[in-house]
Design a protein around this ligand. Structure first.
Ligand code: TTP
Ligand code: MG
Ligand code: MG
Length: 472
């Protein structure tokens, strides 16, 4: 069998290096990326590290250690964009790429020697490609037979490093490896291990697996396993999400449509912002409603073109809601976008013939919609389920759709949702008048930029429409 090779790629001083790349006046200088002087350091350039400046250090401490430190605010969007480029570059080498954070990834390089030569050559090629696609950023690469060793290996010769841990060297490497370098061994464990005289991974093997299990349970077994060089985890390639959705369950069931719209706006913003961050856009908007008796329905509508615009998602969700005769009080409402396709960047003429019917009408209708939004009820919602800060993201298969679904299903195709626009009041093609979509894009971008800089709550779009979609 071919030797198993896992690579771990980690960017060097990522945020700080991006700032130095984009602003040549920062090059060769101690730079810290972070918020205000009250905040903490996100990333420190290698020049700053010589003074002891590190990630997570309070900025005030960092400035004491290095008074000439240049502090720059972070630009998450720029880092995310580069991160995407890096991941795409890695996928040129293998489809088995698992992004592990914004600046690192695992890559299964098993069996790729025929294409790229020995693993060290491939390591060099990966580094060169990352440098190229980022416009000048260096990374450090580690290669080893298993994941956790690859991660440790990428750190060995940082920055701009390459370290290959050959299978025959693993035992010796582990013998002297400080036990704290094994992922999962934290400060508290270190104290307990110290008491047993265990300082290196090799020391762990002085005791039997059974000993570790008795003493520390599962964590003990894990420790013994890693210290023996065993890590059964596979590289799990990231799969593109098939839909993006957000939903809220109310503390009190409601039939107040104005309130429901208010929540839809907040959700459309969450979904839209998340799509835009991921550079995704979808054609199908799905409204999900769960009634007080837990009966769940969804209604979908497909647009002629993919969208990631908050207002468009919101408008569509409102239309779907307007077309719905509420059978009961509502306990949950949510909106999702699926059916992803490339956002339209080319000349619009290509699709114009499809959009002509009733194009002007959509704009007017959304204007009418807005009248209903002035009421400011109290939103007593809470976020349903365990979700990330971005709101729901259903990484769905999109192939199945259960009308009586659980808390997550907003990723169904429209077939089961019946005729998307039940009342049939508007032709589908009327939904996105191009000039309006352009304006929406601009507004979205402006608000996204503000949120990137000042946090998610910095701008709440409801206020722009005369109400605040947040809880009062
Ligand atoms: P890391 O890869 O941990 O660090 P780094 O890339 O800055 O430096 P190194 O060369 O040692 O890899 O983290 C990647 C980015 O994640 C980092 O540039 C900024 C961000 N980050 C934080 O915002 N806060 C943190 O506490 C850490 C550790 C990282
Ligand atoms: Mg890094
Ligand atoms: Mg990292």
């Amino acid at each position: 069998m071919a030797q198993r090779w896992i690579m771990h790629i980690d960017m060097d001083a990522f945020f700080a290096s991006v700032e130095q790349m984009d602003d040549p006046s920062l090059r060769g200088k101690p730079v810290a990326v972070g918020g205000s002087h009250r905040g903490v350091v996100s990333a420190a350039s290698y020049e700053a590290r010589r003074f002891g400046v590190r990630s997570a250090l309070p900025m005030s401490t960092a400035l004491r250690l290095c008074p000439q430190l240049i502090v720059v605010p972070g630009r998450m969007r720029r880092y995310a964009e580069l991160s995407h480029r890096i991941m795409d570059a890695l996928r040129e080498f293998s489809p088995l790429v698992e992004p592990a954070s914004v600046d690192e990834a695992y890559l299964d390089a098993t069996g790729l020697e025929r294409l790229f030569g020995p693993v060290e050559n491939m390591g060099m090629a990966v580094k060169a490609r990352v440098l190229d696609v980022t416009g000048g950023l260096t990374c450090s690469v580690g290669a080893a037979p298993v994941k956790f060793l690859a991660k440790i290996a990428s750190d060995v010769n940082k920055p701009n490093g390459l370290f290959i841990l050959y299978p025959e060297d693993v035992a010796e490497f582990l013998r002297t490896l400080p036990v704290g370098r094994i992922p999962g061994v934290g400060k508290r464990s270190l104290d307990a291990l110290e008491q047993l005289g265990v300082r290196s991974a090799g020391d762990v093997l002085r005791y039997s697996r059974e000993f570790w299990e008795r003493r520390f349970g599962k964590g003990g077994v894990h420790l013994h396993e890693r210290a023996s060089g065993v890590d059964p985890r596979e590289v799990e390639p990231y799969s593109e999400p098939k839909s993006e959705s957000a939903e809220n369950t109310f503390a009190e069931d409601t039939a107040d449509r104005a309130l429901l719209r208010r929540w839809l706006l907040a959700q459309a913003e969450r979904v839209g912002a998340s799509l835009r961050r991921q550079r995704l856009a979808g054609r199908t908007i799905t409204l999900k409603v769960k009634y007080a008796d837990f009966r769940s329905i969804s209604r979908s509508h497909s647009l002629p073109e993919p969208t990631a615009s908050t207002e468009t998602i919101f408008d569509e969700a409102c239309r779907l809601l307007d077309a719905l005769t509420l059978a009961d009080k509502v306990r949950l409402i949510g909106v999702g976008v699926s059916n992803f396709g490339p956002a339209h960047h080319g000349p619009r003429q290509l699709t114009l013939p499809l959009e002509i019917p009733g194009r002007g009408k959509g704009g007017k209708e959304s204007g009418q919609d807005r009248k209903g939004r002035e009421t400011t009820g109290r939103g007593k919602g809470r976020d349903a389920g365990a979700r990330g800060a971005d709101g729901a993201r259903s990484v769905g298969t999109s192939a199945e759709h259960d009308e009586q679904d659980g808390p997550d299903g907003l990723d169904g195709p429209e077939e089961l949702a019946g005729p998307g626009r039940q009342s049939g009041q508007a032709a589908p093609a009327a939904s996105i008048p191009p000039p309006d979509e352009k304006r929406r894009k601009k507004l979205d971008a402006a608000l996204d930029a503000l949120r990137d800089r000042h946090g998610r709550e910095a701008v709440v779009r409801g206020r722009l429409f005369g109400f605040d979609s947040r809880k009062k």
